[in-house]
Design a protein around this ligand. Structure first.
Ligand SMILES: [Zn+2]
Length: 103
């Protein structure tokens, strides 16, 4: 049986079944924001990845999650200002704008 996969943010070959709608739309690119929960080996809590055409936002499971278009817009603004494609929240402290692990 072949599992259908597609790219998601910086990841290639993510099983389509793992990608869920986040339940709101991006006000910038007008695309629905999608969400991927990923368990990394030996890492708790899980990481949540949110993505639209503007970029990707990553949070830990135990942190505040982007829950609507209004909050999402703050993220896309930050993505644009910093020129980054991936935004990672780390213990509620934003990494410095110059940080570019994956972008
Ligand atoms: Zn967008």
């Amino acid at each position: 049986m072949k599992i259908s996969k597609r790219p998601f943010g910086p990841f290639l070959d993510v099983p389509c079944d793992d990608i869920k709608p986040a339940g709101f739309k991006c006000r910038e690119c007008r695309h629905p924001v999608e969400k991927l929960a990923k368990v990394l080996p030996n890492l708790v809590p899980r990481m949540f990845f949110y993505s639209c055409k503007c970029g990707m936002v990553t949070t830990w499971e135990d942190e505040a999650q982007p829950q609507g278009s209004r909050v999402w817009r703050l993220n896309t603004n930050l993505l644009k200002r910093s020129g980054a494609k991936v935004l990672i929240f780390n213990g509620a402290r934003k990494l410095s704008a110059g940080f570019s692990g994956i972008n």
